[in-house]
Design a protein around this ligand. Structure first.
Ligand code: HEC
Ligand code: HEC
Length: 230
């Protein structure tokens, strides 16, 4: 081994932990929470795709796909950029614990809720009002709010699932609140908690595209047989 290689290796031995400590100290809980989300497997490929999305492709752009089932799947995957976006999926956990932010860190303060709209006796509504409330602070710029703010039921939990698993679950009346595909389309197009995702308040990235574009993708997915990715 050359003297240089030995030096590099010695430096790496002390530099790695020191740099890591500095980075964690500098970025504080943000880094720790992002790592926690990754280690919980919450940042699935589908969620990462949703976070990276800058808009939604229009339904027409899929007409070149000749095979109907393939077109249906492509339409669903485009709509998944909304469904799996943190603005939606933070409220659709499988663990009964809502998450926050684009990195899906655990809700601060810690909350586990068996009931939809309150946790350990504290109603969600005691902090989450009827509309977003600006705080005037640089850290948390606003507290998100909408009428009936609450956690999606257990059977509608999407976190850690693949896009294909979410798709199958959405179609299953036993798990989707006994809804027909048409009722799912209406919920996606008109529900006010769904709508909140495009108006999430200061300091939060909205879901990609518009609710209208999203509704059109869902309608086209259903019209092509509502096929699911594997
Ligand atoms: C003690 C106050 C408090 C209670 C009670 C509370 N929350 Fe929150 N919640 C907050 C605050 C503050 C934020 C904003 C945090 C931020 O942006 O960093 C937040 C953010 C969230 C978010 C993240 C939104 C996003 O996409 O980033 C979700 C989801 C959420 N809360 C769900 C719930 C649910 C469901 C309940 C009831 C079971 C609940 N919260 C109860 C204070 C509370
Ligand atoms: C503040 C929390 C919250 C947010 C944000 C939220 N949801 Fe929900 N979602 C719920 C609750 C609560 C239910 C159950 C309501 C019911 O069954 O009537 C639900 C149910 C649903 C359902 C019914 C069927 C099923 O299988 O899940 C769909 C579809 C849905 N949400 C889609 C979305 C989409 C898409 C977004 C983002 C654009 C979103 N939600 C954002 C709380 C939320």
């Amino acid at each position: 081994m050359t003297a240089n290689a030995t030096k590099v290796r010695r430096t790496a031995r002390w530099a790695a932990p020191v740099l890591a400590t500095v980075a964690v100290a500098a970025l504080g809980t943000y880094v720790a929470e992002a790592q926690q989300a990754r280690s919980n497997n919450l940042m699935t490929p589908g969620v990462q795709r949703a976070v990276a999305a800058t808009g939604l492709a229009p339904v027409e752009s899929f007409s070149s796909i000749q095979n109907t089932a393939e077109r249906s799947i492509a339409l669903f995957l485009e709509a998944s950029k909304v469904v799996e976006h943190p603005r939606c999926i933070n409220c659709h956990p499988v663990t009964r614990r809502p998450t926050q932010g684009d990195d899906m860190h655990a809700h601060v303060p810690p909350i586990t809720s068996e009931a939809a709209t309150h946790a350990a006796g504290v109603p969600c509504g005691s902090c989450h009002g009827q509309s977003n409330r600006p705080t005037g602070s640089a850290g948390i710029q606003s507290i998100p709010g909408a009428p009936h703010w609450g956690l999606a039921p257990q059977s509608m939990g999407w976190q850690t699932l693949t896009s294909g698993q979410i798709c199958e679950q959405l179609k299953d009346p036993k798990r989707n609140g006994n809804r027909s595909l048409e009722q799912i389309r209406v919920h996606m197009s008109e529900d006010h908690l769904v709508a909140w995702a495009w108006h999430p308040g200061q300091g939060r990235t909205p879901a990609p595209g518009t609710q209208e574009q999203f509704g059109s993708l869902i309608a086209a997915w259903i019209a092509t047989g509502a096929h699911c990715p594997k």
